[in-house]
Design a protein around this ligand. Sequence first.
Ligand code: ATP
Ligand code: MG
Ligand code: MG
Length: 371
Amino acid sequence: GAKLGVLGSGQLGRMFAIEARRLGYGVHVFSPDEKTPTGAVADREWTTNYDNFDAIDEFARSVDVVTLEFENVPTAALNQIEKFVPVRPGPQVLEAAQNRLKEKSLMRSFGLPTAPFAAIDSLETLTSKLAEFGGQGILKTASWGYDGKGQQMVTSDADLATIWGQYAGNETILEGFIDFTRELSIIGIRDANGNFDCFDPILNHHANHILDVSLAGPGLFRPKVIERAKEIVRTVMDSLDVVGVLCVELFETSGDDLLVNEIAPRPHNSGHLTVDASYCCQFAQQVRSICNLPLGSTELRQPAAMANLLGDLWPKASQPDWAAVLSCPEVHLHLYGKSEAKPGRKMGHLTALSNDVSSAEEIARRVRSLL
Ligand code: ATP
Ligand code: MG
Ligand code: MG
């Protein structure tokens, strides 16, 4: 049978592998890490660095197509794999997502609005650009950040010299602070023939810069906002010729405008609720889109709320008491099998289904609080 390769080995790869196996595919995973969420459910794993090209060649020869669950894989590894089998999405998509300066410039070139931004290479540019952006901004490392790591809010009255000292030497971007009303994400799917579909937008709540709760269902967004979000993800996927799954994180402003925050060329944490709430979830869509199978329905079966379970909930050296969660019929529990719980680490999530979004949200939050 066909074998699907996945680069990266976290929970996104795990859920992809589970869906791939449901359709009878074998899954081979490549990542530098040992004892991983994906490795635990894969048929074969390579645990070595992405610059080990002997291993990359062997991995590539063992599979029919390669996808990824992590966008910071060096593109040199992808180019090497492409000598043997297709990589979906390809290196050009990863390059766009790996650097916030490149990412935002590309979005602008596709005609999509973003926060105002500038490359910062000195205290002087930081000071002048911050003034230009109204005295409030977010300073971010251009590469590698996730869950708010490597970024901080800056204002003109702060000690900019000290703040700049933490960034100097790294490629850095300053974004103007956006006074958004809400944050949403939109997840699209596209195959090699250009067939496209997307889920309805998902409403996201963050806590400490980490996604906390996501909501999906009728009535969350005005029809105009839904249409605009769909148009944006389609523009991004068509323009970058993305094959696979891609998420666009968006800011909604008071005038019902949408700004692109960032893109993730893979399934997204906010889309985990599609596993229990949609006819065909984001991971099954990833399998279908990279394997030239018909795309599945993106329709929601039921309104849903997803709550992340971070390591903070784990008692020392033991497990939370799952009984209360497991005895709630509307709630679906997902655990990623990570060996060590750390504060801020995504260990699992739960999804509550209900007849309307607000009751789903109430159930998800209440049941999580029982842990
Ligand atoms: P992720 O885990 O989603 O990859 P990240 O570390 O890449 O996160 P961003 O998505 O860029 O970081 O920012 C994290 C959060 O910080 C955003 O979801 C938003 O709440 C806030 N934020 C980021 N940029 C801005 C901005 N320009 N104006 C206002 N808030 C912002
Ligand atoms: Mg990010
Ligand atoms: Mg983000």
